[in-house]
Design a protein around this ligand. Structure first.
Ligand SMILES: Nc1ncnc2c1ncn2[C@@H]1O[C@H](COP(=O)(O)OP(=O)(O)OP(=O)(O)O)[C@@H](O)[C@H]1O
Ligand SMILES: [Mg+2]
Length: 272
């Protein structure tokens, strides 16, 4: 399968079943009798950067919380690394959780902790390491996301929006996960900082063999960083494919999103 990436065209080496990191099959979620997701299915392959889009309130964050086991589903199956999470033993679930990194839409960082301490939160939760080693490992993550070393001792209130997103990404990467879930990581950033963040995500995918599930409203991100796009609409995945597939889609919401007024210039730029 040839998939477009920010760095040109990349060929996935293996597309067999074992390469599917996350498989969501016919998942239904209702909150207080209100149906949010209706038999939604979605797969993500290893090494892929998936852009997950959809109207505000469509249920993107609900799906993410359901995948992470933070919200109950009414029916359907979620498999992570081939394991049905409903059938996983406590130990299996723990092992799965350690392979996931998350950057939540709103809960960026703990304000009373420094950046270094924030990055260490997942380490303290899952690992039993001496403080010195934890400091060294957390410092490596701080550097990995492109923050200056002195940012490590700062509190979130002392950082810019872009630095906070990077610090939150460092925390998501704390345990060297196989897949990271990013819920609107570039929202609120200026276009240059957002583009830098996208570049960082692509670089991490390329160097760390990471799989990325990214909820985003950012068209630039979808065009430059994502291999695959899935559109949430009518409580399920309405359309999925490459950006080219999105540009060809006649589905009204997809058409106005990708080929509407705001999209036109991006389309031209992408084709230049
Ligand atoms: N904890 C909750 N209790 C009640 N309703 C909720 C809860 N969380 C989400 N919802 C509802 O579920 C629907 C989907 O919300 P969700 O946050 O998943 O949207 P979204 O697609 O992430 O939107 P956005 O792009 O604005 O972040 C909305 O109608 C929302 O009001
Ligand atoms: Mg959301």
């Amino acid at each position: 399968m040839a998939v477009a990436s920010g760095n040109g065209v990349k060929t996935a080496q293996n597309t067999d079943e074992s390469e599917i990191v996350l498989s969501v099959h016919e998942v239904t979620v209702a909150i207080e009798d209100k149906l949010i997701l209706d038999k939604l299915s979605l797969d993500i392959k290893r090494g892929e950067i998936l852009g997950f889009v959809g109207a505000s309130g469509a249920g993107k964050s609900v799906l993410l919380r359901t995948i992470l086991g933070l919200m109950p589903k009414q029916s359907g199956t979620i498999r992570l690394f081939g394991v049905d999470v409903d059938k996983a033993s406590e130990m299996e679930r723990l092992r799965i959780d350690m392979r996931l990194g998350v950057l939540f839409q709103h809960g960026a960082l703990f304000s009373a902790l420094t950046v270094l301490e924030n990055v260490q939160v997942p380490m303290r939760e899952y690992l039993d390491l001496p403080k010195k080693l934890m400091d060294e490992l957390a410092m490596l993550k701080v550097e990995l996301v492109g923050l200056p070393p002195d940012a490590a001792q700062k509190f979130p209130s002392e950082l810019s929006g872009g630095m906070i997103k990077r610090a939150a990404l460092a925390r998501a990467l704390a345990l060297d996960p196989d897949i990271v879930f990013l819920d609107e990581p570039t929202s609120g950033l200026d276009p240059i900082s957002a583009a830098e963040f996208d570049e960082l995500v692509v670089k991490l995918r390329d160097t760390m063999d990471l799989t990325v599930y990214m909820v985003t409203h950012d068209l630039d991100t979808l065009f430059t960083a994502c291999d695959h796009v899935a559109v949430l609409g009518k409580k399920r995945v309405l359309v999925e494919g490459t950006i080219d597939d999105m540009l060809k889609s006649e589905e009204p919401w997809v058409k106005s999103y990708f080929r509407g007024k705001r999209a036109r210039q991006l389309d031209l730029a992408a084709r230049a």
